[in-house]
Every structure is written in structure tokens, then in C-alpha cells.
Design a protein. Structure first.
Length: 170
């Protein structure tokens, strides 16, 4: 007798039925643990924590964003990681964590200019969240522009920055 698509049944205890059944506190804790593992360079452990959190709360945006970072850092799956994070941004374009994660993914993938645009967007939508701003500032190794009232990419700032760099390295 052949198997039909309706013969597969899922155990109700394994799958959350509605968003109110999701365990967001557990997912939040897994994100914190994963963050510590990421800082220590233990990407495999961070990914395991995040996958565990997503099992209990599949709609947890922060878990998904950091999972994207893990995929990019550990397995070099930049396209997959970027798609994960862009899905979050499609539903919530004001999520600073997702913009930060997208910036890290771009940085890991060698797209530095795009990465810094995403970091700037994370700062812009963070509503002065000190945690996000601190994370973004740590990712940006550049010094502040010489003339702070002009944009960083202004030719005068670029030239003065190169000059400053030349004299400070001697």
C-alpha cells in the first residue's frame, strides 16, 4: 500500500501550534549564550545554541539573525545567511539587530562598503540603543573623520584622513 501525503502526522508536543506557545525566554537565553560563544570564536557552539532556540521559538528574529552570522562565519554560506536576515528585514525593516547581522555577514563575505552601510542603518534604527551602538562601533575599525561636520566620504576628509594616517604611522 502506497504512502500518501496525509499519512504523515506530526506529534503535537514537538511543534508549537501558535505563536503564544513559543518559548521566547528560552530563545533569548540561547541568543545570549550564542553571543558569548561568537565572541570566543566558537561558531559551532553558537550555531547549536541558536538552532536550539529556534526549535522552541521559530519566529525569534534575533536568533535567526545571529544564525545567519554563524552560517557566514562558520560555513561561508554568505548567500543563505543574507537571505535569512533579509527575510527578517522584509517583515521588520526597523530591526537594528538584523541590520547589524547583515553588516557582519557582508563584512565576512568581503563586501566592506555594503557592510558599513548596514552598520550605519543599524545605528540609525536603533533609537539610541547603547548595546547596538557599542556592537557597531566595535565592528568599525576606522577612526572618526578629520572634519566631523563633513561626511566621511567627502574628498577633503578622505585626503586629510590619508595624510593623518601617513604621519601617525611614522
Amino acid at each position: 500500500m502506497g504512502r500518501t501525503a496525509t499519512s504523515r502526522q506530526f506529534a503535537p508536543s514537538k511543534i508549537a501550534n501558535k505563536p503564544s506557545d513559543y518559548d521566547h525566554d528560552y530563545a533569548d537565553e540561547q541568543v545570549r549564550r550564542a553571543g558569548r560563544y561568537l565572541e570566543a570564536g566558537r561558531i559551532d557552539r553558537a550555531e547549536a545554541c541558536l538552532r536550539s532556540g529556534l526549535e522552541r521559538a521559530p519566529d525569534h528574529a534575533e536568533c535567526t539573525a545571529y544564525l545567519g552570522v554563524c552560517l557566514a562565519a562558520g560555513q561561508r554560506k554568505y548567500v543563505t545567511a543574507e537571505k535569512l536576515v533579509k527575510n527578517i528585514l522584509a517583515s521588520n525593516p526597523y530591526d537594528p539587530t538584523a541590520w547589524y547581522a547583515l553588516g557582519r555577514i557582508n563584512l565576512l563575505g568581503g563586501r566592506r562598503e555594503q557592510a558599513f552601510r548596514n552598520f550605519a542603518k543599524a545605528k540609525q534604527v536603533s533609537r539610541d540603543d547603547a548595546g547596538v551602538e557599542k556592537m557597531v562601533d566595535q565592528m568599525d575599525p576606522r577612526r572618526p573623520p578629520v572634519l566631523t561636520f563633513l561626511p566621511r566620504n567627502n574628498p577633503l576628509n578622505v585626503w586629510l584622513g590619508r595624510l593623518r594616517s601617513h604621519f601617525s604611522s611614522e
